[in-house]
Design a protein around this ligand. Sequence first.
Ligand code: ADP
Ligand code: MG
Ligand code: ZN
Length: 463
Amino acid sequence: MIGLEIHVQLATKSKMFCRCPTGYDESKPNTATCSICLGLPGSLPVFNKKVLDYAVKLSMALNCTFPKETYFSRKIYFYPDMGKNFQITQNESPLSRNGYIEIDLNGKKKKIRIRRVHMEEDPAKLIHIGKITDAKYTLMDYNRSGMPLCEIVTEPDMESPEEARIFMNKLNSILQHLGIFNPDFCTIKADANVSIEGGERVEVKNISGFKSIEAALKYEIERQNKEMKSSGKIERETRHFETETGTTHTLRKKEAEADYGYIFEPDLPVITLETDYLAKMRDVLPELPDARAKRIHEQYKLDKSVADTIVLDKHLADFFEECAKKIKNYELLANWVLGDLLKCINYNSITINDVSKNGFMELMEFIEKEKISPRQAKEVIKVFVEKGTSPKEIVKKMGGEAITNDKEIEAVVKKVLEKNKKAVDDYERGNENSFNFLFGQVMRETKSRAHPDIVRRVLKKLL
Ligand code: ADP
Ligand code: MG
Ligand code: ZN
């Protein structure tokens, strides 16, 4: 059983309770601070309403319900990452509850229930010199203190690391579509609660980024299985995930929530969630991934699974829809976007935003009108994504557009058959491989410019 507690940093301009900027310079510790986020005596927090707007939109996208009123609490603890010795968070009255995200498991839909969504401030960043377990000293950077977070707590509905990955990908897409999270400078962190049959639940802290979650869970489940075999039990504990090694280590045993003292935060007002306000927020909610996938499926007549995949990355979906204004063979377009384009992007470690739409449409027009062969196109897209050169230029350099003219191809095929008498004999004796060999020779002779379908047809005819 897996349940996640996910902390999403919201992309507001200023911090949660003060005017300090959220876009601070990482290399300059303790520069984006003020008396409020340092927690100096006498300072008073002022709630940034954008944080509420974003958290409300997120709650709506997660199908949660709202109470009439919600308020903040102080989570009291003594630790240097919060100068005032408490974190402003929500405990008894989270912003929203009882939602769900629907995920797709190989075509089967599954609802992962959301227990609650609440708002809280991020503590300062502690930089342990050495390992967290044996550091001699620790540096503190208060730039992060007071950054706005939304915490999403799921029910323990996930049953494998893969499910957790699919869930996180869906959540990522929702965040992208809402425009409340900027992956370039916002962080996403999760604590994962994991239990196996017969064992108590273990909480793994400090998992950063979408990709680490699956790795952390795989490691932890394997560890618990081994532990169960050798000692017959798993104790309740909190563990720390070490990104560098991909392993987890004991932080503390049997910690209960009662260790924290929670009190009502008297320096902030109770928030009344007026129906008018909620209705207004619902009105400005953008199209979300599920609705978008359905629309893309219908509008472009693509397979539902293809539409679902495109929508997982908002920028990719935007790119596709932009190109679809010009390239009307949508299936072909989707194939190239999800196939070779994605492969080349990953290979070059860039993002879809680095790819020129106009350049890609130029390439797609060549492909759509069969001006270049699929093989040529595979070469062109590699150079285009890596160097950004216009496909027209690349095609020119490679010797020009495809040869789609039967006569021209016949001439080349004849020449190849002349030169490879042995292969022709073999073919006549029924060796199918020699056909592929001869086909390859024709493609080589034409620098892959010959259209493969025509080559096959002409080759068969002349053989
Ligand atoms: P706490 O506040 O102490 O962290 P909660 O009861 O709020 O504990 O649960 C935190 C998370 O643990 C939730 O995401 C929940 O889904 C998950 N969880 C609860 N029970 C289990 C379990 N037996 N196995 C795995 N995860 C669990
Ligand atoms: Mg917890
Ligand atoms: Zn501040």
